[in-house]
Design a protein. Structure first.
Ligand SMILES: Nc1ncnc2c1ncn2[C@@H]1O[C@H](COP(=O)(O)OP(=O)(O)OP(=O)(O)O)[C@@H](O)[C@H]1O
Length: 353
């Protein structure tokens, strides 16, 4: 029968699945117990990060190696390595976090906000949906991937540039949302002249070189239409889901349908349609005027076989001296409340899919 020392030696040779360093060097073997009479070995192992396939793989390796060496039954319990132990491997852990955002195991939901054409309020929707999700207690990131016409920092009232920590960029936090925009990387907001592959690389950097930390949702403000960046994002983030913004005018909805068709073609699921600038409501009479036509959002949703997540009237955000973001509607405003409702719809819809 195996001795405690032998078990430690055998298991100690196996690598921590995240750090890829042998468990004997990480201090990962916490406890070994042997029950001679039953030829049973139980081990408690601490690893850098619990969960997912890597942990399952290690579990199989442990069982295999102990059984090969005489154990009849094996019991394993996992725990996470304490902070002090991880300190030594900080560099490796950081690399893991970066890859983590794009890795299959990461639970972050990517939601791309798309539109058929410019000016329908796609960026406004992206910003406000991100803020509303944060108001619902979610951890939210926002990527201004509208590289040709970035507007998110202005909309949110961000004046500062992100800080750099080692090789990583720290997103700017505003209204509870972590924001990265191309605007941070060009001098004086000069227009971006890169094209094609360069842009693709830029977008990749937004995921790989930014220290996002843990996120529930990453909202992407895509450029309007169905151009190369939109396509890049589709290929890079096969699991991303899409929300299509349209105005109520039937032709706008017709154009937006193309963006929807692309999402379908690339097998991305569509969470729903948001109709923006749906109507103007007079404060005096309460009457609704359908300035830009009527019914486009519902029609598009029906065409794409997806829900209409909300209809947003025309309204300017109220001035708020504290923490002012020019395009963000507060939770006390009618639009802020509609956005909160849309955020809840989105949370429900992403739970279901
Ligand atoms: N519901 C609304 N009520 C009033 N103004 C709005 C509304 N939604 C958006 N706007 C305004 O419409 C303009 C266009 O919005 P936005 O920039 O979000 O559109 P976009 O589709 O992202 O455009 P582009 O793709 O050209 O950047 C902005 O000035 C914005 O403040």
């Amino acid at each position: 029968m195996l001795s405690v020392e032998q078990v430690k030696e055998l298991v100690g040779e196996l690598n921590d699945p995240i750090l890829e360093v042998p468990l004997k060097e990480t201090g990962g073997i916490v406890e070994v117990k042997i029950k001679e009479e039953k030829e049973h070995v139980s081990v408690k192992i601490a690893i850098a990060k619990l969960g997912g396939q890597p942990q399952l793989d290690l579990q199989m390796e442990v069982v295999e190696i102990l059984k090969e060496n005489g154990a009849k039954t094996v019991g394993i319990r996992f725990d996470e390595l304490p902070e002090e132990a991880l300190e030594k491997f900080k560099g490796v852990m950081e690399e893991q976090t970066i890859e983590g955002l794009l890795s299959k195991d990461n639970p972050v939901e990517f939601i791309a906000i798309a539109s058929g054409k410019g000016g329908v309020g796609k960026s406004t929707v992206a910003v406000n949906l991100a803020v509303s999700l944060a108001r619902q207690g979610k951890k939210v990131g926002l990527v201004d991937a509208d590289i040709y016409g970035f507007s998110v920092p202005d909309m949110m009232g961000i004046q500062e540039k992100p800080e750099v920590e080692g090789e990583q960029i720290i997103p700017v936090e505003r209204q509870g949302v972590k924001v990265i925009s191309m605007a941070f990387f060009v001098e004086e907001n000069a227009p971006v002249i890169w094209r094609g592959p360069m842009l693709g690389k830029m977008i990749t950097s937004f995921f790989t070189e930014v220290k996002w930390g843990e996120l529930d949702y990453l909202i992407l403000d895509l450029p309007p239409g169905t151009g190369d960046v939109a396509l890049d994002v589709h290929t890079m983030l096969p699991s991303s889901k899409e929300i299509i913004v349209t105005t109520p005018h039937p032709t706008a909805a017709f154009v937006a349908a193309r963006a929807g068709a692309m999402a379908k073609h690339t097998k991305h699921s569509i969470l729903g349609v948001i109709e923006n600038m749906s109507y103007f409501q007079s404060k005096e009479t309460g009457n609704k005027e359908y300035v830009f036509g009527k019914g486009g959002g519902a029609k598009l949703a029906q065409e794409l076989n997806t829900p209409l997540l909300g209809e947003l009237p025309l309204s300017q955000p109220e001035w708020n001296e504290n923490n002012f973001s020019p395009s963000v509607y507060g939770e006390q405003e009618q639009l802020g409340q509609i956005y909160d409702q849309i955020a809840q719809n989105v949370i429900e819809a992403t739970k279901e899919q």
